[in-house]
Design a protein around this ligand. Structure first.
Ligand code: BG6
Length: 494
């Protein structure tokens, strides 16, 4: 159960706070899921009053909240929202914060529980954590707790991730540290374990004997938007693959945990990351395709090339697309390739995991002239969340003609209600102390070790593999199709 607490958001003026965090907290309050004793305190540099911040938040929440904005619900919520102006490095700002939190505890029954949310640039993490610790804000009173939620990116490589984790560890125990990967909060990502382990028909087939390959895709139609300065230093591999895509891969490939406690689940996930075959530079050249979007047309509108985007280096070598083939070197997945692709400005937006089974033996219906095609289980992460299974069926009639059909489950029609936003679920979990849907230190560090080899082959080699262009509004560089074609396969058409 989420417990009463004060939530302090560092980075109160930031985009994430306005677009995601406050709308998520508001929806929780409007649905009656936020503990009745809970306050939100925004910590940021700019001078502002509570009233000004509330008015700004109201405007953006009305636009970004999944349920719109109800005046009465908003007023109730806003009365629990406060603003605390201070420099991140100013000790006095933390002393006054402590006083404010103590006053709020006395006034509203938040019991000394504190949830710190770091929604700032990672360069600020170390300083803020040190200030929190020296003000004693990380020390909870007996019976109370102090926790920290850390936004991605968790570092830019293994070394910086380790350094960041050290900073966190100086101030908070691992059990009080919640590293957000919002993909884990998506309803459909949570459903992967249920689908696999609450049904008995999939798991016996979920291995190298029956699975031919797995394709994990995250496609976006959006470009880099206003995030040029961050993205140009990051790129798709660090921005998406190291975090969200590795997490989806883990949920797909992991063994059943012994129970559903946070550590039992994360122990199984980290084994998958450890089992990812580390690539050599030659593997990277062969199995990883990086691309960057050129100008093109999206929905009939001309859009600029990545290099012409706001605050992006006009000679940038940053990838906005990656496709890679990887292997999970364990018994279950021996010889099964996992193909992962992510990209911006692609033809269509969506995320999915497609498990492609082996073809049925060819003796009866399958022939070289008319191959049957294989069964395919598709877990749609977004949009139109759901699951579909492709089967072969006889077309009604007097001749034997076989065609694939789809059994399709849609969340929207089956459950008839809106899924909560990932941030809603994750914030509530942090208030409850449940870290199952958060990344553990070892998962993050292992994922960086896997990704670093690829980054090094791209950026530290004398003969790096090419950066391939693709026109905006297409499905990425043709080299990514070649990667599949060489294996006699194709990307699933979304
Ligand atoms: C973020 C990345 O973590 O995830 C963004 O930094 C990306 O670049 C976003 O656009 C995608 O999230 P979603 O939920 O829209 O798929």
């Amino acid at each position: 159960m989420p417990q009463p607490c004060n939530v302090v958001i560092f980075g109160a003026s930031g985009d994430l706070t306005f677009r995601k965090l406050i709308p998520a907290l508001y929806n929780l309050a409007a649905d009656g899921d936020l503990p009745s004793a809970a306050n939100i305190i925004g910590f940021a540099r700019r001078e502002k009053t509570d009233e000004t911040w509330r008015a700004e938040l109201k405007e953006t929440t009305a636009k970004c909240s999944r349920s719109g904005l109800n005046e009465e619900a908003w007023n109730g919520f806003a009365s629990r929202v406060y603003y605390h102006p201070s420099e991140f490095g100013d000790a006095a700002g933390y002393a006054t914060l402590k006083k404010k939190l103590d006053d709020l505890d006395a006034k509203s029954g938040t019991r000394g529980n504190r949830l710190f949310y770091l929604s700032v640039s990672p360069a600020e993490y170390g300083g803020i954590l040190a200030q929190i610790a020296s003000a004693g804000l990380n020390q909870a009173a007996p019976g109370a707790w102090a926790r920290v939620i850390v936004e991605k990116p968790f570092g830019t490589d293994f070394d910086t991730a380790r350094e960041l984790n050290e900073h966190i560890a100086h101030a908070f125990a691992e059990r009080d540290t919640f590293r957000i990967d919002h993909y884990l909060g998506k309803e459909t990502a949570q459903n992967i374990m249920v689908l696999r382990f609450a049904n008995s028909i999939f798991e016996p087939l979920w291995n190298h004997r029956y699975v031919d390959n797995v394709q994990i895709t995250s496609a976006e139609t959006l470009g880099v938007e206003a995030r040029g300065p961050y993205y140009d230093k990051s790129g798709a591999l660090r921005d998406m693959v190291q975090s969200h895509l590795v997490q989806l891969l883990c949920l797909t490939a992991m063994e059943p945990p012994t129970d559903l406690t946070a550590d039992a689940v994360r122990d199984e996930k980290v084994k998958v990351v450890r089992a990812l075959r580390r690539m050599t530079p030659a593997d990277v050249a062969r199995d990883v395709i990086r691309g960057q979007y050129a100008a093109g047309s999206m929905g009939g509108k001309e859009v600029p090339a990545y290099r012409a985007e706001d605050r992006v280096n006009p000679q940038s070598m940053t990838e906005t697309y990656v496709a890679l083939k990887l292997h999970v070197d364990n018994w279950r997945w021996h010889g099964v390739p996992f193909y992962v692709r992510v990209g911006k400005r692609l033809a269509k937006g969506g995320g999915e995991i497609a498990v492609q089974f082996k073809e049925a033996p060819g003796v009866l219906f399958n022939s070289e002239e008319a191959p049957l095609g294989a069964n395919q289980l598709v877990i749609r992460i977004q949009p139109d969340e759901g699951v579909s299974l492709r089967l072969q069926c006889k077309v009604p009639g007097s001749t034997l003609h076989i065609e694939p059909v789809k059994m399709d489950f849609h969340y929207g029609t089956s459950f008839g209600r809106q899924s909560p936003e990932a941030y809603e679920r994750l914030i509530l979990d942090a208030m409850s102390g449940d870290a199952t849907l958060f990344a553990r230190r070892d998962e993050v560090e292992q994922a960086w070790q896997f990704v670093d080899v690829i980054e090094n082959a791209w950026h530290k080699s004398d003969s790096p593999p090419p950066l391939c262009n693709y026109a905006s509004g297409t499905w990425g560089p043709k080299e990514a199709d070649d990667l599949m074609r060489l294996d006699g396969r194709e990307w699933r058409r979304m």
